[in-house]
Design a protein around this ligand. Sequence first.
Ligand code: GLN
Length: 549
Amino acid sequence: MAKYIFVTGGVTSSLGKGIIAASLAKLLQARGMRVTIQKFDPYINVDPGTLNPYEHGECYVTEDGAETDLDLGHYERFLNIFTSQSNNVTTGRIYQTVINKEREGAYLGKTVQVVPHITDEIKRRMLLLGQNNEFDIIITEIGGTVGDIESLPFIEALRQLQWELPEEDTVVVHLTLIPYLKAAKELKTKPTQHSVKMLSQEGVHPDIIVCRTEKPLGPELRRKIALFCNVKQEAVIEAADAPTIYEVPLAMMREKLDLICMKKLNITQFNEPDLHRWKEFLDKLKYPKSQVTIGLIGKYIELQDAYKSILEAFVHAGAINECKVQVVNVHSEFITADNVGEKLANLDGLLVAPGFGLRGVEGKVIAVKYARENNLPFFGICLGMQMSVIEYARDILGLKEAHSTEMNPDTPDPVIDLMEEQKNITAKGGTMRLGAYACQIKEGTLAHRAYGKTMISERHRHRWEFNNKYLAKFEEAGMIASGKNPESGLVEIVELPAHPFFIGVQYHPELKSTVENPHPLFVHFIKAAKDYTEQKNAVKNPLLQSEMI
Ligand code: GLN
């Protein structure tokens, strides 16, 4: 039988519940348990697919094509497992299920209410992943902050589950903030006391309190929190700010978060944690031998979380290359033909990001041209790939008005066009080409060198595609399709064999990069950026180079 760990949050949002949940999961997994994590979000959107990245950051896509919260990305990156549609549930999805059932007549004669109908559906979904003996531990992160109106049904469902399940099958971890008041030179516990009180008023008492803090807690403060929040002193965990999120599992291990959870869950048989691959990765991350600067060209660059998976994939690829990857955000809206040289001058590689709509696309096209003409390593993802096709069409094929019909429906040369199966779709939610699709790679290409195989599977989230009517012209002119969907023939990868590293992919490789399996395209892109810097330095310093030889 699976056991359940619930993670709630108090005082404020953005405390890093996802990272704490993923770190705890990592520790339990390292001790030999089969662990998964799910997230319950209290908003009414059925999924985050229709949300602007400014609202909740990037939309993370799973193998089975679910559009989910970005915390699922952390879960996959930490645990090296796949999550699915069942791992992310929103209030919208809960209500949709209950309302559909009501329309079908499933509750005929009854008044449908938040308690018990909504809470029953929440409970059903909370237990779902534990039904098939696939996992020993299910960690459920409850989004939002305790005390919010919208999280009430989730907390009530949790209260009922705790009452229904055996005592040793559940544990509640509450994450809070211990603010430091500079003027008083003191850490303050009052907000934590209030948030625990609020949770208790809703009927749930935390077993463990994880305290986010800028300064060490000290034994006195731990005692005070334990006393006033009514938990054991060992169950007050310090979660100090860490230089990287990848340090957090080790910090939580030092605080014995995993052991305290296992004690409450009455798990008595477990291994010493095997974290040697994790530690190897951390060592490489902390002590790089070189550095490259990569330009990330996008239109949501004000918000760190908008390109979360791309940034993390750079961390993984940097570590394996023993190279620090400094990412410089460049706003595509402000790139012009006149300033591109200046804006991109100090880069060792250029990544053009995914995106939707017209805003900022011309800047992306200009940036691609710069990378192509200056032999600067280029990596285009989804919209970034589409921009590289448009740039090549305009500049090399001479199709001056070439465009994507997403931005210009009347273009005479729609080199990027709406996919056939998308043409009659009008609804926006969950209707893109989503999730994992196979891709056949041509031998002898850059993609083949990077992946080391000819059949791969990658995740998608788009409506437009390379227009195959133009493929022959592109290939004659030097841009080849090195990867295609074996069934539909959709072009998945384009590259320029004459360029040292120029690749565009219609899919999202960043979604499959993990600590233990850095993505091969990111790894090779960083390698190419390293080569580019070395050559740049050799040109600047020919004497030094010849001495070294
Ligand atoms: N807007 C483009 C499309 O839908 C690209 C999408 C993306 O970058 N994820 O095809």
